[in-house]
Design a protein around this ligand. Structure first.
Ligand code: G4P
Length: 531
């Protein structure tokens, strides 16, 4: 048994996902309040400029008022050590978000009760499904007009393909929101609007009332009482059985109704969630599964972020610890670089502060100073243990632009800048087949990355660029090794390109052109992009 079993077992590392505006930030903030990590609501983020978010590292985030990068927060609650991986809600940053999900052991999905499943939730959810991680649903904003709860559950099941189990059931909504019925405890938690507890650390006191309680009608009104009795009967009779195994394998999502803003239903959610979700899970590698309770330290890099601190022009590699214990100053092996090294300036984000960490355990996320040696997906282990964690998938870019420097004297900086930003995984770069680096074709998953690229090249590398958007949307590898792409018979809206390793690819304006290429070039083999 591991020496660190006690530390590792209390770790819970989860990502919080939602469509923008569903209430992810508000819910995160309430979690931090319960953990005592922040003292005041509103400390995490205010979209209206005056307040600054924990995650607002880049100027561009402040200017646009959106969360560009994913941040990590750690806090303690009831004996658990909790790591929240915040994901950028904006659809344009989906690739970064996907990678963040790779570092989590479970996901909390926040859904706006008036809107239901939105496109962004759908996209993120797909990645969770790929990994079979547990998914917990918080249906938020019940203090506002909401859709019928049965419809919301049906939509989650139909749109996302996961079964649901309502842990509690709402009694009314909006002005008529009376509270929730906790199905496990069989009691009602009454909602009081404008409760003075909303900004505090405590949950409103539960009013224990079972369904046959004669005072129930007085508490929630006769109509609501009758509806609730019928609903509970229906749920108990016709709903899915609760099955913890199914929850832990991402096949059944426990659903909670609440209101993050008024702090209603947040603490019961947090408690149930922490009980049901898992401690750090094993990770696959080329040497088999790596057990988190293995004493030897191992980690993988899931994100690289440049210039988090403008004053220091630094680059930070975020790694998820997969096994054992990390100690400051310890010697590690960077497997891909085949180099022994010490990780410098290891830091952790504790709510609002970045702190230097002396030790961290499997499940934790640390950021280390990166002199430009790490790439996304790299494995860090102890010297003598050379294995590689399974790679992080690369997602196919869906938007392309032709980019070149305005001042040709800046060629060196331009190449360095675009290559480094590509190495971080923020963009992918290609060249015209047979072309040079004077012009690069940049592919991104979300269009806002173009803006980030332009901003960063100017601010960090002092290079102005000219950018021309290209009409392509699809990318495929050419699998035939001996084929000369020039001989291919293609539509005019198809382009032949290569990546920096010389692999040949085609980009297409539409899926019709892909079919055309396949039909008019016998033997042509195209592969979906991505590892
Ligand atoms: P996000 O991170 O998912 O994008 O959402 P965020 O928490 O920023 O919430 C989006 C808006 O919804 C915020 O209002 C927030 O106050 C509100 N909100 C969150 N949870 C609830 C809830 O349970 N009930 C109600 N009624 N509103 C909720 P905003 O005015 O857009 O922003 P702000 O100025 O308050 O930051």
């Amino acid at each position: 048994m591991s020496k660190y079993v006690n530390e590792i077992e209390k770790r819970r590392t989860f990502a919080i996902i939602s469509h923008p505006d569903a209430g992810k930030t508000t819910l995160t903030e309430k979690f931090l309040l319960y953990g005592g990590a922040i003292a005041m609501a509103g400390a995490v983020k205010g979209k209206k400029a005056a307040r600054h978010a924990v995650s607002d590292w880049m100027e561009i985030e402040k200017q646009r008022g959106i969360s560009v990068t994913s941040s990590v927060m750690q806090f303690h609650y009831e004996g658990y050590c909790i790591n929240i991986l915040d994901t950028p809600g904006h659809q344009d940053f989906s690739e970064d978000t996907y990678r963040t999900l790779m570092a989590a052991d479970s996901a909390v999905m926040v859904i706006d009760a008036a809107k239901g499943v939105e496109p962004q939730t759908r996209k993120l959810f797909k990645v969770c499904l790929l990994r079979d991680i547990p998914i917990f649903t918080f249906i938020n904003k019940m203090d506002r007009e909401a859709r019928n709860p049965y419809d919301l559950l049906d939509e989650i099941e139909y749109e996302l393909g996961i079964k649901t189990y309502p842990m509690n059931w709402p009694i009314g909504c909006g002005k008529e929101f009376k509270g929730v019925y906790d199905r496990n405890k069989k009691e009602i938690i009454a909602f009081r609007a404008n409760d003075e507890m909303a900004n505090g650390q405590r949950q409103v006191a539960a009013i224990e009332a079972d369904l046959s309680d004669p005072n129930l009608a007085e508490l929630i009104g006769e109509d609501h009482r009758q509806t609730l009795v019928d609903d509970v009967e229906l749920l108990d009779g016709a709903g899915y059985e609760f099955d913890l195994e199914a929850v832990r394998h991402g096949r059944l999502s426990p659903v909670f109704f609440g209101s993050a803003l008024t702090n209603f239903g947040v603490e019961p959610f947090l408690e149930d969630f922490l009980h049901m979700t898992t401690p750090p899970l094993p990770r696959k590698s080329d040497a088999g599964e790596i057990d988190p309770f293995d004493d030897d330290f191992s980690a993988f890099v899931f994100k690289i972020q440049a210039n988090m601190n403008k004053a220091h022009r630094d680059r930070v590699a975020f790694m998820r610890i997969c096994s054992g214990k990390f100690e400051k100053g310890m010697e590690v092996l960077h497997v891909q670089g085949d180099k022994r090294m010490k990780l410098s300036q290891p830091q952790q984000l504790m709510a609002q502060e970045r702190e230097i960490v002396d030790e961290a355990y499997a499940g934790d996320i640390i950021g280390v100073f990166d002199p430009g040696i790490f790439s996304i997906g790299d494995t860090i282990s102890v010297p003598g243990k050379k294995f590689r964690f399974e790679g992080i998938p690369t997602f196919a870019p869906e938007h392309f632009a032709l980019v070149r420097q305005v001042d040709t004297m800046k060629r060196k900086q331009f190449i360095k800048g675009t290559s480094q930003i590509a190495q971080e995984g923020a963009i992918q770069i290609f060249q015209e087949l047979g072309g040079g680096m004077e012009e690069v074709i940049v592919g991104v998953v979300g269009v806002l990355q173009f803006e980030v690229l332009e901003y960063r090249l100017k601010n960090e590398y002092n290079v102005d660029i000219h950018m021309e958007r290209l009409p392509y949307e699809h990318i495929r590898w050419i699998e035939n090794e001996d084929l000369d792409p020039k001989t291919l018979n293609l539509t005019s809206d198809t382009k032949r390109i290569q990546d920096l390793k010389g692999n040949r690819l085609l980009i297409f304006a539409n899926s019709w052109s892909i079919n055309w290429a396949l039909e008019h070039n016998e033997g042509l083999k195209l592969a979906e992009f991505g590892r």
